[in-house]
Design a protein around this ligand. Structure first.
Ligand code: DGP
Length: 111
């Protein structure tokens, strides 16, 4: 399967890692949209949040436990979490990812 984020997990494409464990990887977005812009992804390939099921949802719970640890390590406590799903939401990489945006006051409007 040709998946950019699977290649990043394998190390075939370099990334600036922020956090890694057996189940997930967090790394800095290549085109940051805020002073802090981190992506956190499951190591198992899940195409988007629309493909989360009872069988694979444990990794999502894990990711949501890891995010506050990243926030603490990176020194922020207020942030925005975004996951784009499908074409209308402009999902460009078809591997589930959560954008962690921090470091400035966000716009009130989200879309
Ligand atoms: P989305 O549009 O929600 O699918 O977000 C995909 C994000 O992935 C986008 O913000 C840019 C980022 N991105 C794309 N290619 C790379 C890459 O090769 N390395 C890193 N670190 N980020 C990438």
């Amino acid at each position: 399967m040709d998946c950019l984020f699977c290649s990043i997990i394998k190390g075939d494409i370099p990334s600036t890692k922020v956090y890694e464990d057996e189940f997930c990887l967090a790394f800095r977005d290549i085109a940051p949209q805020a002073p802090v812009h981190i992506l956190i992804i499951p190591k198992a390939h899940i195409a988007s949040a629309n493909e989360i099921t009872a069988e694979n949802s444990a990794v999502v719970a894990h990711i949501f436990e890891v995010i506050p640890k990243i926030a603490e390590k990176e020194g922020f406590s207020s942030y925005r979490l975004i996951s784009n799903i499908g074409e209308d939401a402009c999902q460009s990489v078809k591997h589930l990812h959560f954008h962690i945006l921090a470091g400035r006051k966000m716009a009130e409007q989200m879309a």
